[in-house]
Design a protein around this ligand. Structure first.
Ligand code: HPA
Length: 272
């Protein structure tokens, strides 16, 4: 089966189970599950039951597609995402984004936990992603291009939609939540960065670094979707003192900031 046929088969399987087509897709990052509670749930389909879907392996990721209504809009939410470091190919880990597009999704919201390299940032800050640098060792669009999915050489001049960024800043200000904004650098992990790597990532233009998001955003843009993305800064890599980063600390900081991110995203979907 070609990638296109697999996407169609999976989208058909899902279409038979849902009453309403989703308009907005949401990908939840580590520790950011709180957004699920903002959904009037119609159905939750475990990844393990979805044909052609990879199965999530990492701790803190539930692994289901949740369909329902959020603030009056039909959404599909990925509770648990796939990471390159888990061993999936780029095509496997971005497959759910392709399926979302085939189901009719035109707007994608992506969240993640990220390390901060900007000296103004503190642990627990929210950062609206304005741009990214792709440092993954493999590109999700590498290989023969299927024009039915998107063009061979996609423009990346506005990977993150400017109107949605402006709207999200408005919403955050009205809610009284300070937000940072900046450039996210995506790389493969699973090691956190060395002090020299954090310095290098800052020099090449990064404000935050993480192990996800960039592949999904590239595929979403290839498919012509509008993208909005946000990081929770769960640790600060740039420091004069040695820093130790653990997965537990990352999850704790993400959990702590999750309600604020959820409130912003919940309000934002009304404008998509
Ligand atoms: N580096 C990479 N990924 C991360 C980090 C980090 O510091 N924090 C959370 N995810």
């Amino acid at each position: 089966m070609s990638l296109f046929e697999k996407i169609q088969a999976t989208a058909n399987f899902i279409s038979d189970k849902i009453k309403h087509k989703p308009e907005i897709g949401i990908i939840l990052g580590s520790g950011l599950g709180g957004l699920i509670d903002c959904i009037e749930k119609e159905i939750s389909i475990p990844y393990s039951e979805i044909p052609n879907f990879p199965v999530s392996t990492v701790q803190g990721h539930a692994g289901a597609l949740v369909f329902g209504k959020m603030n009056g809009r039909q959404v599909v939410l990925m509770a648990g995402r796939f990471h390159y470091y888990e061993g999936y190919s780029m095509q496997e880990l971005t497959f759910p984004v392709r399926v979302m597009k085939a189901l009719g999704v035109e707007n994608l919201v992506v969240s993640n936990a990220a390390g901060g390299m900007n000296k103004q940032f503190k642990i627990g800050d929210l950062m609206i992603i304005t741009d990214h640098v792709n440092q993954f060792p493999e590109h999700p669009l590498r290989g023969k291009n299927d024009e039915r999915l998107g063009t061979r050489f996609p423009d990346m001049g506005q990977p993150y939609d400017h109107e949605l960024i402006a709207k999200a800043k408005d919403i955050a200000a009205k809610l009284g939540y300070p937000v940072q904004q900046g450039v996210y650098i995506g790389l493969q992990g699973p090691t956190f960065e060395t002090p020299a790597e954090y310095r290098w990532l800052h020099i090449i233009g990064g404000d935050a670094v993480g192990m996800s998001t960039v592949p999904e955003v590239i595929v979403a843009r290839h498919g012509g979707m509008k993208v909005f993305a946000m990081s929770v800064i769960t640790d600060i890599g740039i420091s004069d003192e040695p820093v130790t980063i653990t997965h537990e600390e990352v999850l704790e900081a993400a959990n702590h900031a999750a309600p604020k991110m959820a409130a912003i995203v919940e309000a934002l979907v009304a404008y998509m």
